[in-house]
Ligand binder design. Structure first.
Ligand code: NAD
Length: 236
């Protein structure tokens, strides 16, 4: 069965970065790093209290310096490098761990911590330091317009056309470390099935979307993903 797979689309979520030390979103207390999601991850929250939101994402951006890609990130980068067919990795994660693992066919559908978006000129530019304090936009030079280049709730994810085109042409769709709770990403498995692809979930535990997959394996990503990649590469 694996040998018949040529084009692969992989979707990742917060669970793949959990073992690197980045907390996932939906903890049982409903808080995300001590904040309600509505207070830090919506355009309304940013209008209401921009300093709080900037401080929150500045801290997460700075924290990237303390974490490293884990065995799951590295295994996916190996798969991309060695896979003979088409490969696309779509991540909901705003961290840079997939980038640092060495991917080239990678789309960040929910934006990136290491990017700043100018609300005045619309430019998105690489950004490493804090955004608090109204630094000037590197593109238009105006101060006071930069925000985290993160797709907040209520905003439209990036790269949707490219993602949907790839899903329509894939033979295998794999979802890794995502709760299947946030659309449109949660709908990709149904789109892939509709296109005739096999679908596989790799997650710590059964997710909301598990019944939609042809196959599901449960356990830590650092164990499941390298083993699955090994099997895929052995099947070539
Ligand atoms: P999630 O926290 O909802 O789910 C994480 C999943 O990973 C869970 O199903 C969990 O069981 C699993 N998991 C945990 N540890 C794991 C491990 N070691 N190995 C394998 N799986 C593990 O995260 P999500 O699904 O990525 O959330 C969807 C999206 O919601 C996020 O990517 C994010 O873009 C969005 N969100 C955005 C903001 C924002 O600031 N814009 C805020 C909150 C959520």
């Amino acid at each position: 069965m694996l040998a018949a797979m040529r084009n692969i689309v992989i979707l990742t979520g917060a669970g793949i970065s959990a073992e690197s030390g980045i907390p996932t979103f939906r903890a049982s207390d409903g808080l995300w790093e001590n904040h309600r999601i509505e207070d830090v991850a919506t355009p309304q929250a940013f209008r209401r209290n921009p300093a709080l939101v900037q401080r929150f994402y500045d801290a997460r951006r700075a924290f990237l310096g303390q974490v490293e890609p884990n065995a799951a990130h590295l295994a996916l980068a190996r798969l991309e490098a060695e896979w003979p067919g088409d490969f696309l990795l779509v991540t909901q994660n705003v961290d840079d761990l997939h980038d640092r693992a060495g991917h080239t066919h990678l789309l960040h559908m929910h934006g990136e911590l290491n990017s700043a978006l100018c609300t005045r000129c619309g430019a998105a530019r690489p950004w490493r330091g804090p955004l608090l304090g109204d630094p000037a936009c590197p593109a238009c030079r105006q101060a006071g317009g930069l925000r985290p280049d993160i797709v907040w709730f209520g905003e439209i994810p990036y790269h949707m056309e490219r993602i949907e085109t790839a899903i329509a042409a894939c033979d295998l769709f794999v979802s890794i470390g995502t709760s299947g709770a946030v659309y449109p990403a949660a709908g990709f498995v149904s789109q892939a099935r509709h296109a005739g692809a096999r679908t596989l979930e790799l997650n710590l535990e059964p997710s909301a979307g598990t019944p939609l997959f042809d196959e599901a394996k449960h356990g830590p990503a650092s164990v499941l993903v390298p083993a699955w990649v090994e099997a895929m590469l052995a099947s070539r």
